[in-house]
Design a protein around this ligand. Structure first.
Ligand code: GDP
Ligand code: IMO
Ligand code: MG
Length: 431
């Protein structure tokens, strides 16, 4: 079995969790490499629903090792709650889970600063998940963060370090935002307690990943967010604060490019976005509402209604090219089952000029109007299909068009939220 990278091809929530779960049988390890608890990966196993924010989806497969990579920002309070909640549901966690000592700690002041910054921006806010992601990465980049490895310090040193950081954050809170300071001593004591719980899972990533470098373990890399939310390659400033594209796998794990294997881009059969920022194919009104209802498009992390629209080929090709996607996995095809027509944006109109490439400069995308190609819907259920030939002809036509236009094979089609609701098409969907 080859290693695989699972990358979101759109604005997140493409179904990465479901795909990782479907693919994780028999792999040795699943690694998250960026982001934090802004992610919400939902997995259904029978009637049981699991929503994972920090822990890789591989945890639901007994015996699969999981690693929180060094590129992540990890809230230890949330991590403990997520571990305990999984354990309450009968999932073995602590024997399977490792945490890179080079990952950053996301502290309560990061969350508070995230909220206050958003409030201050008012109408111009990003619409973040409020999980403290931006401020935590800011601390990392300006070299003032605490790392997971610091949880191994003697308790008095950790406590001192923590108090120092909180006092410094309190200056910002009270002086810049006129907000209440955080209780430094209480939080530092809590962190020392959390360190006892978490420290046994903290590892040196170079040492831990030696079997991966030597090709003795197969790995699935589980991306969070998606290409269009990448800090460098996404729709800046309406993005997250990490590299959710392919480069993030290397920087977020310390593994060399040869460890990546196959690169799978996950795309919904349509498009959604949570939070603010341009979205040319967004459907407002009843059409968008229908798609939201059919797809159950409400955020797994914040419960917010996701904005919904048609598949955007320019954005899709951009994701394929930027990540070097070798195989596309298309999810939620079944959601389109009830639609009499299905549209795809094949180009943009930018102030009267025809565009056929996705624009990456800020401000341009919001001026683009989509040019659509319309397909007749199939209006038949697809969720019981397990083979390409079982899909309605109109659905196959839609897939063939996407495959040809994306310039990458569609190697899998998901037709429902369950593990087995997958059609694997390793040689593509064009017959
Ligand atoms: P992620 O963040 O990329 O892991 O995606 P989310 O879990 O946030 O959102 C995807 C949602 O769609 C979840 O509720 C999944 O259970 C669900 N889902 C995934 N694949 C399919 C599919 O093929 N069909 C349907 N109907 N639901 C799906
Ligand atoms: P998964 O892994 C969808 C969006 C937020 C906001 C922007 C910045 O489940 O696909 P942040 O809290 O990261 O500073 O918010 O990014 N966002 C996501 N949207 N899925 C996600 O993760 C997201 N993580 C962040 O809504 O627009
Ligand atoms: Mg999600």
């Amino acid at each position: 079995m080859e290693n695989r990278v699972i990358i979101g091809g759109q604005w997140g929530d493409e179904g990465k969790g479901k795909v990782v779960d479907a693919l994780s049988e028999g792999v040795d390890r699943v690694i998250r490499f960026q982001g934090g608890a802004n992610a919400g990966h939902t997995i259904y196993i029978g009637q049981k629903k699991h929503v994972l924010h920090l822990i890789p989806s591989g945890i639901l497969r007994p015996g699969v090792k999981c690693l929180l990579g060094g590129g992540m920002v990890i809230d230890p309070w949330s991590l403990r709650d997520e571990i305990l909640s999984l354990e309450q549901q009968g999932v073995e966690v602590r024997d399977q889970l490792h945490i890179s000592g080079t990952a950053q700690l996301l502290m309560p002041y990061h969350k508070r600063l995230d909220e206050l910054k958003e409030e201050r921006l008012k109408r111009k806010c990003i619409g973040t998940t409020g999980r403290g992601i931006g401020p935590a990465y800011l601390d990392k980049i300006q070299r003032t963060g605490i790392r997971m490895g610091d949880l191994l310090l003697p308790p008095e040193n950790l406590e001192r370090k923590c108090i120092e950081k909180i006092l410094s954050a309190n200056e910002m809170l009270s002086e810049f935002y006129q907000a209440d300071p955080l209780p430094s001593r209480v939080l530092a004591e809590e962190l020392v307690d959390l360190a006892r719980f978490i420290a046994p899972m903290v590892v040196d990533p170079y040492r831990e990943l030696r079997p991966v470098r030597e090709g003795r373990e197969t790995v699935l890399f589980e991306g969070a967010q998606g290409t269009l939310l990448d800090i460098d390659h996404g729709t800046y400033p309406f993005v997250t604060s990490s590299n959710s594209t392919i480069g993030g796998v290397l920087t977020g794990t310390g593994l060399p490019p040869r460890a990546l294997g196959e690169i799978n881009g996950i795309f919904k059969a349509y498009l959604t976005r949570v939070g603010n920022g341009p979205f040319p194919t967004e459907l407002l009104g009843d059409e968008g509402e229908n798609l939201r209802e059919a797809g159950g498009e409400f955020g797994a992390t914040t419960g917010r209604a996701r904005r919904c629209g048609w598949f955007d080929l320019l954005a899709g090709r951009y994701a394929v090219d930027t990540n070097g996607i070798s195989g596309v996995i298309l999810t939620k095809l079944d959601v389109l089952d009830g639609f009499p027509t299905v549209k795809v944006a094949t180009g943009y109109d930018l102030d009267g000029e025809a565009l056929d490439t996705f624009p990456c400069l800020s401000g341009v995308l919001s001026r683009c109007r989509p040019v659509y190609r319309e397909f007749p819907g199939w209006e038949k259920p697809t969720s019981a299909c397990r083979d390409l030939q079982e899909l309605p002809a109109a659905a196959r036509k839609y897939l063939e068009f996407l495959e040809e236009q994306l310039g990458a094979l569609i190697v899998g089609v998901s037709v429902g939220r369950e593990r087995d609701q997958m059609i694997w098409t390793p040689t593509g969907v064009t017959t």
